[in-house]
Design a protein around this ligand. Sequence first.
Ligand code: NAD
Length: 494
Amino acid sequence: MSLIRHVIGGVETADADRTGPVFNPATGQQQHEVAFASTTEVERAIATAKAALPGWRATGLVKRADVFFRLRQLLVERTPELAAIVTSEHGKVLSDAAGEISRGIENVEFAAGLVHLLKGEHSEQVARGVDVHSAKQPVGVVGAITPFNFPVMVPLWMVASAIACGNTVVLKPSEKDPSAAVFLAKLFQEAGLPDGVLNVVHGDKVAVDAILESPDVRAVSFVGSTPIAKSIYERASQNGKRVQALGGAKNHMVVMPDADLDGAADAAISAAYGSAGERCMAVSVLVAVGDVADELVEKVRSRMHGLVIGDGTDAASEMGPLITREHRDKVASYVAGAEAEGATVVVDGTTQQFDTDGFFVGVSLVDHVKPGMKVYEDEIFGPVLSVVRVETYDEAVALINANRFANGTAIFTRDGRTARAFEFDIEVGMVGVNVPIPVPIGAYSFGGWKNSLFGDSHIYGPESVHFYTRSKVVTTRWPQPSESQINLGFPSNH
Ligand code: NAD
């Protein structure tokens, strides 16, 4: 069994006092050990990043951009290899893994435009002979802490922009599927990134705590579950760091009576069960408005039996296993408890048998779900779709706006006026109109509201340039020595 090691200063390393298991979720077998970094190892990674900062900051912008152009090409060429790594440790099907790599490439493409992105402003002659300009400078060493569900895309959300902006990075990926981050670090190295600019440390709370406590880490980007996001936000800001911490979700998809119900049912199935529901933008609540509910539930139910669940490496599989056995059992417990809460289990995927020890579970549909039930309130993060029935558009909006999560939402309708009202009324960070998973393209920024994001910057895109830079404003004057005089008055430009 191989040991997955940290990458510090371009070198794979591990003192490996503590390790954790890495499973293949499709077989249920442990396939690797991953080193868990000690505080000392993380401090060494931070010191390495700090030492690499002056050189990287001073590297010309065009040269920096070259790294991203080369990285893009490498990611495209090596997608099958990287997708296979993702599938073997995460479990998602290969096409889904390739999809996440392709979305991550958008962030690399955005970063390749850094020469444009880092332009400052200039105002000539704000007073006689006085000019003002602004510059965007790196914040310093950035800590990046990522979840298991997108082991390539979410690290790229952070590190592409952070590095483009002249920072150096210590990335702490999920310990459940850590190999993709090591592969990414090697691709960055092959693309010409100097050693020490991107470092990877594996581990658990010990590693994260070392990042949060280090005075040399100036900014922290986190993506993960809400309780951890909240605690990271509080601790990092208490320690004087800039922080953005993206949390969990409960994404509602509203289906209006005028919607194309077949299209809505197809979209609900794809968005609820794709990647086994382990997407932060997965649809987990279908809100049926008016008299469409019975027909919509039937259309969804009838499509579920055709889904092929199996090993992600099998081209026929549409959905793979969950990440761990414990998570699979927790997901199943929500379906098991739903009837007792007053809901109706229309399809119970938890009884489906699989001829393997992998962490598989079938797809479930639960109708007549209401706020207050556990199946509604918690982020289940598995292939369980709840249906909430409401009478009116206003009730649908009130339901969503009352939810503590506010990552993504969508409305399915053929009426532009309703769609526009929804866009205006809904208190959620990312909205889709006949688009079930409205993840913004790389040129916009991604982020939810309320308990789905702590901090004030969304991730990747233009807001990431703001997050990963400090602006400096310079006022200049080149007077003749003869113009010099003493003046204790308050300097005014009028
Ligand atoms: P998680 O919160 O368990 O772990 C995220 C990261 O935090 C990992 O690197 C983990 O090692 C670390 N961590 C775990 N416990 C910690 C602790 N006590 N102290 C410090 N660090 C700790 O999340 P996960 O299970 O890996 O990922 C799934 C969650 O991520 C879901 O809630 C999902 O909605 C969320 N997510 C959100 C977004 C978004 O953009 N909002 C995107 C992807 C995933």
